[in-house]
Design a protein around this ligand. Structure first.
Ligand code: HEC
Length: 300
């Protein structure tokens, strides 16, 4: 009896240590990734960096990339061209010192240089949104708006239609489901190593199952968001990396699901160490996918 108590205490401590170790490891890898990104991206020039972060699909060596400072400036800084002026009024509207991706996205439907093409159409076509002599060939797709100081482009929080059909296709909303469900599943498995009983394992099983299913929905909404928001532009760089990592995450989760079904007699059985190792690796891939997604959405 005494011996049994000792064993379960020890495995309890082991479970807790694994848990703390896992969190420390995840935290350390996120910090490391952030440091690497900050170093590579560089802090200056900030506005150009902010623009490139907001539009990751920009062609290297293309018209916008070659224009450099003259994307927003006229004959070099500090004079602003029409696109630069629209940016400045968007910043002034929220009293911002630094330019963010959401400010740039808020002026996408504006036609700053008045050539008939919206800023977004020009950016997608790699022409200059602040120069009327530079615009895509053919007729404009949309009726672009002339710049007006009152035009914020922000969505009202109560405009249900605009929210449901938002260009991000609810991808940034749905991705929280597989992340949360997967973490819950892993935690239940880890806790059930010391606290035996069918409840936790069953809960872990269903959490994993839902994580895998919502993971697929995340990939689908991600692909839709790429079409709607980024105009389905070339798959490259961080966007390609994000898609691959997202698909790998799904495959890993379905692999884990299959492992649970095959290796255990009933879903209430404890999972193997091999399963836990693979689950921890999956957790790290999820963290990496989310991190790259954060860069794409301009949060990081
Ligand atoms: C994405 C648009 C954008 C790009 C690209 C950009 N700038 Fe600017 N820049 C602005 C805006 C907007 C302002 C006005 C900011 C303000 O007044 O608050 C500005 C202001 C400036 C100023 C004046 C600073 C001041 O305090 O008044 C200088 C100098 C400048 N930029 C230099 C540069 C250089 C050099 C580059 C290229 C390496 C560059 N900018 C690229 C948008 C941009």
């Amino acid at each position: 009896m005494n011996g049994n108590g000792e064993v379960s205490r020890r495995s309890g401590a082991l479970g807790l240590m694994t848990l703390i170790g896992l969190q420390a490891y995840t935290f350390a890898s996120i910090v490391l990734l952030l440091t690497i990104t900050a170093t590579v991206a560089g802090a200056r020039p900030e506005f150009q960096t902010a623009f490139k972060a907001a539009y990751p699909l920009l062609k290297t060596g293309g018209v916008i990339d070659s224009a450099s400072c003259n994307l927003c400036h006229k004959n070099g800084p500090p004079k602003l061209n029409p696109y630069g002026s629209t940016i400045k009024s968007a910043m002034d509207r929220v009293s911002a010192q630094n330019l963010t991706a959401s400010m740039l996205h808020s002026i996408e439907s504006v036609d700053s240089d008045g050539d008939g093409f919206s800023n977004l159409e020009e950016i997608n076509a790699d022409t200059l949104p602040g120069d009327p002599t530079s615009h895509p060939a053919g007729k404009p797709l949309s009726s672009a708006k002339a710049p007006s100081p009152a035009d914020s482009g922000e969505v009202s929080p109560f405009d249900i239609k605009a929210i449901v059909f938002a260009k991000h296709a609810q991808h940034p909303v749905i991705i929280h489901l597989p992340i949360g469900l997967f973490i819950a599943s892993l935690l239940f498995d880890l806790i059930s190593r010391s606290k035996k009983g069918p409840g936790l394992n069953t809960a872990a099983y269903y959490n994993l199952m839902l994580a895998a299913i919502t993971g697929v929905i995340s990939v689908i909404t991600g692909i839709v968001a790429w079409q709607w928001k980024l105009g389905g532009g070339g798959l490259q760089g961080n966007l390609l990396l994000h898609l691959i990592l997202g698909i790998v995450t799904c495959l890993l989760m379905f692999g884990l699901w299959a492992m649970r079904r095959r290796c255990t007699a009933s879903i209430a059985d404890q999972v193997s160490t091999a399963y836990l190792v693979l689950a921890i690796i999956t957790g790290l891939v999820i963290a990496l996918t989310g991190h790259v997604g954060g860069i794409l959405s301009g949060v990081v």
